[in-house]
Ligand binder design. Sequence first.
Ligand code: PAF
Length: 285
Amino acid sequence: MEKFDTILAVRQQIKRLRGQGKSIGLVPTMGALHPGHLELIRRSKKEMEVTIVSLFVNPIQFNSPEDLANYPRNLSQDMQMLVEEGVDLLFIPDEKEMYPEAVITEFDFGPIEQVLEGRFRPGHFNGVGIVVSKLFHILQPDQAYFGQKDLQQVTLIRRLVKDLSFPTSIVTVATVRDESGLALSSRNLRLSEKGRKTAPLLYETLLFCKEELLKGKDWLSLKNEIIERKLRPASIEPDYLELVELSRFSLISFPIPHVPFAICIAAYIENIRLIDNIVIREKQN
Ligand code: PAF
């Protein structure tokens, strides 16, 4: 695996690869890699001739300094995993390289960022938009791979690519879960043993909501019942539990017949913020 930590050097290598007519897949990460990342890498390796992983804990997408300081970092294990997966190129810039000066450009993703993560983490999507745009400019991927766990992020990146005509196709890869159903996330590493036992309740909640909604249960009473009777008693403090229709990514208060939607949750367990979602595409009556 070739490793680059400067924009200049990696650009020269991208130019060589492009000159050889190679297709390039990019998996952007913030490290603390887990099998969810490996799924993205494997998909890229299957579809593209060259697979690049970027590893950069992007400070400007964290809206709280403690969250940034506590974000798990595990470089030697990450490197070993990337080599084992046969990744061709690792781009691992430091903060000075990515942001020699404070960025003044700002993205405003309009209504998509006023709900869910955008509402609870002001500035987060601006930071994601900036770093993803920079990575796309520097690494010029034909395809970039993102996990469905961050559904709002991938929706917004698809929009960014469309609005700014990036020549990159976005591939969304299904959420990888452990045997308990818990969506894999770098943040899970911070959970205690007890927290790990509680966390699968998030996915169980999503599945229960789906079942009840498809039976015709009223969403607002279902949501309140779940928060008060299931989540809070288990010391899970939700930021939100919402239904989102997927074409405009707007909140809905009941499933609309034949309109695909997602049930999305964000909640704190032991002060660690986890998110998850399930997408429902099948017909509802
Ligand atoms: O999903 C992530 O890990 C990050 O938001 C991303 C896309 C790598 C940008 O920093």
